[in-house]
Every structure is written in C-alpha cells, then in structure tokens.
Design a protein around this ligand. Structure first.
Ligand code: 13P
Length: 246
C-alpha cells in the first residue's frame, strides 16, 4: 500500500519544519510505502528533516533533458541529487497550466527512469469525458501515448480532473472499473503488472471507503496532506485496513 502526499505549491520552510516535528513520535508501519512531494525548492530540506523516518521524497515534475539552457526547469539528476526517490509526471495541473502534452510527458517519464527515479505517472479524464461515457477510452489513449518503454519500478495515479480539489469522487464502481482497466492496458503494452493509486479529494472521511476498493493500491493526496494530523490519520486508516484484510 502506497500513501503519497502532493503538497503542490504549498508549505514554506517554517511549516515544513512544524509538519516534520509531528512525525517524529509516530509509529510507522513497514507495510506502507510513503512519499511526500514538497515544492521543488524544499526537496533537500525535507529529505534532511526526515532521513531518520521511513518516508521517501519526490519531485513534482522534471524536464526531459538532463541539463542545459532550460531556465526554470528541473533536471531528474538534480532531484536525485537532493534526495528524491520518486517524481510525479503528467499531473493534470501541469498538463493544463503548463501545456504539457502526452509526447512530452512520455519523454519526461523516460528521462526520470533513466536517472533512476521511480515515476508516478498521472492520468485522468475531464468531466465532459466522464459524462459522455468516454472516460475509459480517454485513459486508454493517455496510457498508449505516455507510457515509456522503460517504465520500471513505477506507478500510475488515476486522478479524474473533475475530482481534484472539488470534494467530488467517482463511485466505488467507477474507481474499480478504471483501475482494472489501467492494469489491463499496462499489461497489454508492457507485459507488466503495475500498482495504481487513486487521487482526487481523498480525505480523512473517505479514505476507508477508497482503500477497500479492489485494485486500489494506494492514494495520492493533495489538500488533505498539508496538515500532519490529517496525513497521519489517512496513513493510519491504510494500516488498519491492511491489518483487517490480512
Ligand atoms: P486533492 O486531494 O486536493 O483533490 O488533490 C489531488 C491531487 O491532485 C494529488 O496529486
């Protein structure tokens, strides 16, 4: 089970220090992998504050080139150098606000993996596609276009765009159907079994009903991961779920 926290462009140095203080006496479980994606400027800082804890650090994006004249971009090598083990690629906010297309996302993922980062590749449909019954088709296209040949030690995050930051989540049936669909497509393309995380309005209230859905291998949490108390409550719900189902 994987619990990932995407802080997006939130939390400064002072808040990160406060957050990590709350983690120090918490009993982490060896059944859960967890990764925090802080703002890029603080990967190093968070890495040093958590290096006594079973928490990985990730970057929120990386460029498809490893170095060069790309002002404002971040190299996968630099993420690795500042303690990152993971990187998010193709988050819908990058696709929409930074015009990242499928071809670019594919090469960003490929470069990240060649730099020994583990990728969490994000896919998700918009509301129109969902309402018109085209969600499965849309995700299949994204996977066909974005999956690099070297997709090792990596994950897919299913994040319906209409669910991010809105408090709306798909039904349990829709989540299970989509996660099963994603696993089948990845298997068909790469002959590999893959873990699929759900992201979009995950919080302390709905975590129990989400993690019990078949083929949900973890969650990618945005807003609810900004407070240590909520992040740890979500984590604890996952531990409880594993203990009950084992
Ligand atoms: P929210 O949990 O705030 O909806 O964000 C989800 C997300 O985008 C995680 O990457």
């Amino acid at each position: 089970m994987f619990i990932a926290a995407n802080w997006k462009m939130n939390l400064d140095k002072k808040s990160i220090l406060e957050f990590t203080k709350s983690l120090q006496n918490f009993k982490f479980s060896n059944q859960i992998n967890t990764c925090i994606f802080p703002p890029m400027t603080y990967t190093d800082y968070l890495y040093n504050l958590t290096n006594n804890l079973p928490i990985s650090i990730g970057g929120q994006n990386c460029h498809f080139e490893s170095f060069g004249a790309f002002t404002g971009e971040v190299s996968a090598n630099f993420l690795k150098d500042t303690g990152c083990e993971y990187v998010l690629i193709g988050h819908s906010e990058r696709r929409t606000l930074n015009n990242e297309n499928n071809a670019e996302i594919k090469s960003r993922a490929e470069t990240a993996i060649n730099s020994s980062l583990k990728v969490i590749l994000c896919v998700g449909e918009n509301l129109t596609d969902r309402e018109e019954g085209k969600a499965l088709e849309q995700i299949e296209k994204q996977l066909n276009d974005c999956l690099p040949y070297n997709f090792n030690n990596s994950f897919i995050a299913y994040e319906p765009i209409w669910s991010i930051g809105t408090g709306k989540i798909p039904s349990a049936f829709e989540i299970q159907e989509m996660h099963t669909h994603i696993k089948k497509i990845v298997y068909r393309i790469l002959n590999k079994n893959i873990n699929v995380l759900y992201g979009g309005s995950v919080n302390v209230e709905n975590i129990n009903s989400i993690i019990e859905i078949n083929n949900v291998d973890g969650v990618l949490v945005g807003g609810a991961s900004l407070k240590a108390k909520d992040f740890l409550a979500i984590y604890s719900a996952a531990v409880k779920h594993l203990n009950i189902s084992s």
